[in-house]
Design a protein. Structure first.
Length: 99
């Protein structure tokens, strides 16, 4: 009976799979991501003017009132940099407090 598995073997395999799942979830709970390293305005090629209809205020990386997840310092909502994206904040996790 090649390819068949006994009930006992199936239960043992389920137990092993459950143990692996618990071990994996324990590690995930203990995971501590490192602090976000922000780019300087010069490295990010930040500019004080928008680029067409793209501006920091409409980017999900923008953090009210004048911050950014990726660029350090005070960020104007009417500025722009190449990290601009049009993804909705909820598509990748909101960064503003209170969202």
């Amino acid at each position: 009976m090649a390819g068949t598995i006994s009930r006992r073997g199936a239960i043992q395999n389920l137990g092993a799979a459950a143990a692996c799942g618990l071990a994996g979830s324990t590690r995930a709970q203990e995971y501590k991501p490192q602090a976000q390293v922000k780019l300087s305005k010069a490295v990010a090629r930040y500019q004080d003017a928008p680029k067409g209809n793209e501006s920091c205020g409409s980017c999900p990386y923008f953090v009210l009132p004048k911050g950014c997840v990726t660029v350090e310092g005070d960020i104007s909502p009417t500025a722009w940099c190449p990290m601009y994206t049009s993804f909705a904040a909820l598509d990748r996790g909101a960064h503003s407090a209170g969202r």
